[in-house]
Design a protein around this ligand. Structure first.
Ligand SMILES: [Zn+2]
Length: 327
């Protein structure tokens, strides 16, 4: 069932409410969940997608993979006739930005027409704006003189390099927090303040250990800092814990979470980091550290022996980011 897959036990009561709308909203093999009156999540299109709906139009966080982009547009249009105004990217990974070009083209810039900023109607080609931290544009455009990894119409049209960027759309504050060295150097966490939903991106993956790409500026220290930022941004249902309320966190992949889920995940990552650090202090080389299984106790839940985000990848990323720091 969807609710057991996408919701933690703690959010069970809320899941029961949401599932009613699933039948109405399901588009192809995507799952569309209404998390709040004006906030939805799409699962099954690559990375998780969040979108906010209101009189100003639609603000979409991540666009999934390229192959699912048409279905994503369809799913959003089933929820609202309002135009897609903004796309916010949480990283430059293809399962989060792959749909950028198609989703942006299906939208309409907020900067023209009635109530806009008076710009020409062909501004941005008329499509939705794509907002990200500067590093996402750098990755998506690629080094000069080489073919770009993504087509120009998928690139961010608006970037920022400060720790916090904000907008106010559809009657709520939207805060975007740059995480400068977590999964990569270009991660962003997006907080919808009135909806009380945080879209975390790939710094948080409930299905496995976090993917830390040291070659792209990721680090274990920054990963733990990003998880801490999620913990600090969210509020759990206290003092009345039985209420199944509190801030919702949409991970890059996996089910909807609350603050306590992120606390558990942060603690898990920290424990494994500490184990690797202790072994490094003993002077053990990487091969022996891997052989000592520092992720033991967590591999059944989060580990994998193969693929691009295996347990060994995680241990190696911890090792490399800490040895680089020591240099
Ligand atoms: Zn991802």
């Amino acid at each position: 069932m969807f609710e057991t897959m996408l919701f933690s036990r703690r959010n069970f009561a809320m899941a029961a409410v949401v599932v009613v709308s699933l039948n109405v909203l399901a588009a192809q093999d995507l799952e569309v969940l209404q998390l709040r009156p004006n906030f939805y999540m799409i699962a099954g299109a690559g990375g998780n997608i969040g979108f906010q709906v209101g009189v100003d139009g639609v603000v979409v966080v991540d666009t999934g993979s390229a192959a699912s982009a048409d279905a994503v547009v369809l799913a959003i249009k089933k929820v609202t006739p309002q135009p897609i105004r903004y796309i916010i990217n949480t990283s430059a990974d293809s399962d989060h930005v792959g749909g950028n070009a198609i989703v942006a083209k299906a939208g309409q810039t907020i900067f023209t027409g009635n109530g806009g900023a008076g710009l020409a109607t062909n501004f941005l080609g008329g499509g939705a704006s794509i907002l990200s931290v500067e590093q996402v544009l750098t990755r998506m455009s690629g080094p000069s003189g080489k073919p770009s990894p993504f087509p120009v119409d998928a690139w961010p049209t608006e970037t920022f390099n400060q720790p916090r960027k904000y907008m106010y759309l559809n009657g709520e504050g939207i805060e975007i927090f740059h995480q400068p060295a977590a999964h990569t150097d270009g991660d962003a966490i997006v907080f919808f303040r009135r909806s009380d939903v945080v879209v975390a991106g790939d710094v948080f993956d409930t299905r496995r250990f976090p993917a830390i790409d040291v070659a792209k500026g990721g680090s274990i220290q920054g990963e733990i800092a990003a998880l801490q930022k999620l913990v600090d941004t969210a509020i759990p249902s206290v003092p009345i814990v039985s209420r199944e309320e509190g801030t919702l966190i949409v991970p890059g992949h996996g089910r909807i979470c609350d603050q306590l889920d992120v606390v558990d995940y942060r603690d898990m990552v920290t424990i494994i980091r500490d184990r690797v650090r202790d072994l490094m202090k003993q002077g053990l080389p990487l091969e022996q550290i891997k052989a000592a299984s520092p992720a033991r106790g967590y591999t059944r839940r989060y580990g994998s022996d193969s693929g691009s985000r295996s347990t060994i990848d995680f241990v190696e990323a911890i090792y490399h980011s800490m040895s680089e720091k020591a240099q």
